[in-house]
Design a protein around this ligand. Sequence first.
Ligand code: UD2
Ligand code: MN
Length: 400
Amino acid sequence: MVAFQSKWRYLFMFLGIQLVVMALLSREGYQKRVTYFIRIFRKPDGTGFSGRNHTATGITGGDVYANLSHLSKAHSHRDDMPYCPKTSPFVGGPLHVSFPSGLTLAEVQRKNPLVVRGGRYRPPNCEARHRTAIVIPHRHREHHLKFLLYYLHPFLQRQQLNYGIYVIHQAGNYTFNRAKLMNAGFREAMREEDWDCLFFHDVDLIPEDDRNTYVCDSNPKHAAIAMDKFGYKLPYKMYFGGVSALSPLHYLKMNGFPNNYWGWGGEDDDIGVRVSLAGMYITRPSLKVGRYKMIKHKLDKGNDVNPKRFNMLAKTRQTWKMDGMNTAEYEIISRQYLPLYTNITVYIGTEAGLHPPTPPPPPAKAAGKPAAEVPIKGPANPPAKMKKGLSEKESALNNH
Ligand code: UD2
Ligand code: MN
């Protein structure tokens, strides 16, 4: 009996040790340590992925251009081409992202020989399963745009997409309006091609994992779930800023984006609320895959924080059907098919509309009578009551 008991004791001890070992092995760091040791013993391979770099977070990243060089130009796009595989063979996981000085657009062009006029691409050897348009709201961020193009073109080619890049450039110096620019971008991109997915993309966000596929889900997708600026965590549940993906149907169902958020902030939360008001929900990739690096910058001139954003956000439920894609008014100033992207310069007006009537000139001063007061149409009336405090995103930012 005693012998039997001690046998059980040993068996439990053995199982206990096994459990501890399993728990240790499954910890996140294990994979990194094992890959580290394997790399020491492995000979460098010829895939181009051998030159993986360590990022600041310790995750290794491959060269976004590795493996793409053997894609050759097809003579013509044949109709009988097979569909591309469901999972692209070029997708490799984490990517190395850095911002070397001296990069030029000519260099980006040289590295992307299969990209054609207007920033369009189709896989040369198979028929793409998805057609994705990238819509980038823009003004005075050419330096960021260059880096985004450098990384985004090969990133999308790795995913074997039929894609096009649209930069929607706000004309003039009036206060920036990110969401209204995207309404213009949606309409203009859809005018050109029957895109089945649109990615609304900040110019300064670089994806760090090519498994973050730029295709649409059955519901609106928030792709930039883990950014370095928020410590690679989602700052709050309803966050919808940075990079999001909607099908044309999703976009129209929520009446697009609001047109009346002038200046920094609030519009991304409004868009998030619209998703649920239109009976949809937000989907996201995993934290491991939806990783982005934001190029560091200060608040731009002409994009001051919008003090009305809290008051406006409180009214989205009442306003979303009356303000959006159905009321987006703008004028196209130019459309340029550049080698790496299509640039659409739009005039989007001000709070007062596209062409507000000019106030009549003040009547000539009659002797002895004071001139009648002419109301001056200023851009933003000072808010009756400014809300103190920070939005969820702002407090998340302050914590980093
Ligand atoms: C956050 C959100 C962004 C948006 C913004 C509030 C992240 C990563 N992004 O960005 O999606 O909701 O807050 O409006 O949290 N832009 C120009 N020129 C300008 C101003 C803006 O091109 O003068 C464009 C550009 O694409 C930029 C984007 O608008 O990436 C957002 O503006 P931001 O980068 O200044 O704001 P940020 O980083 O706080
Ligand atoms: Mn930014």
